[in-house]
Design a binder for this molecule. Structure first.
Ligand SMILES: [Zn+2]
Length: 294
């Protein structure tokens, strides 16, 4: 299986709850296990400004390219600096590349991405540019007709939902904690869970949605947003899934895709465990499950 990765994703954002070092840790662990070697690694390319204009307004893009603090960049809750903005621009190229590779080979794991709170005209929730949106938009231009976004991050994929609200070729699904950031947009299918839901309730609800997506919508490509933050020891939420429960979540999505012969590009999104090693382990489990499916 191929892995899209760049050392530039580890951006200098100072002391922050978002651990950008997790990408390197994931790679190190997967390498140590022999799941990744040099031949499996693919480097992303930075999209052109013209390509980026497909997902953001000219005004907002101008702010980003000039690293300007404005009312559009400010809500990122990130520093407005070159390191992180360039990393997220590159990440758009990474998620697009992962989707292309998945479409050709079945599965691809992007060691990055999942910045699903970014909107066309402003940043939000640690996200400047929505790589999930970019990837889907670019794949639609590559004659892929039906794309499902399966967003299993703790938080609703509000930027993705808003961008595709009138695009029938992209089915947006989000399962998340209801009473939590962000202000919700309308996905094609939303499951908002109560705090403290835990493994069994989560997996039961997810199974119903996965049945619907694969049997009714019948996608040609899945973009899987495999956030690690539904975890019981996450600092930002309370869905209380165990490491094993999150692995079963991955199996539910990925094994169904394999059985239906639907390609999957996985992106990582959030993960704010008190111990970053837990976040890394949850993300590595997703890669292990994908490896078993490919
Ligand atoms: Zn999240």
């Amino acid at each position: 299986m191929k892995f899209v990765y760049s050392p530039l994703y580890k951006a200098d954002i100072g002391f922050h709850v978002f651990p950008t070092e997790k990408y390197d840790f994931i790679l190190q662990r997967l390498r140590a296990e022999g799941l990744v070697d040099d031949g499996d690694m693919v480097a992303p390319q930075r999209p052109s400004d013209e390509q980026l204009r497909k997902i953001v307004t000219a005004e907002y893009l101008d702010d980003l390219l000039n690293y300007r603090m404005t009312e559009r960049t400010y809500p990122s809750e990130m520093p407005v600096n070159k390191d992180i903005i360039d990393a997220q621009i590159l990440c758009c190229g990474g998620s697009f590349l992962a989707a292309q590779i998945a479409f050709e080979h079945g599965m691809c794991y992007h060691i990055g991405g999942g910045f699903h709170h970014a909107f066309a005209d402003h940043a939000e929730g640690f996200c400047y540019l929505n790589d999930v949106v970019f990837s889907a938009v670019m794949m639609l231009e590559h004659r892929v007709e039906k794309i499902a976004v399966i967003d299993c991050d703790l938080h609703q994929g509000n930027g993705t939902a808003k961008f595709f609200e009138n695009e029938h070729r992209v089915f947006t699904f989000s399962i998340h904690q209801e009473h939590l950031y962000p202000v919700k947009q309308k996905s094609d299918l939303d499951i908002g869970l109560r705090g403290g839901a835990g493994d069994d309730e989560y997996l039961k609800e997810l199974k119903g949605a996965v049945d619907h997506i694969f049997d009714k919508f019948n996608p040609q490509l899945v973009i899987y947003v495999a956030g690690a933050d539904p975890y019981v020891f996450d600092q930002l939420g309370n869905l209380q899934l165990t490491v094993e429960g999150l692995k079963r979540r991955d199996e539910l999505v990925l094994q169904r895709a394999r059985d239906k012969a639907v390609p999957v590009a996985t992106v990582l999104a959030g993960g704010y465990a008190e111990n970053v090693e837990d976040t890394v382990e949850i993300h590595c489990n997703t890669a292990r499950v994908m490896h078993g499916c490919s």
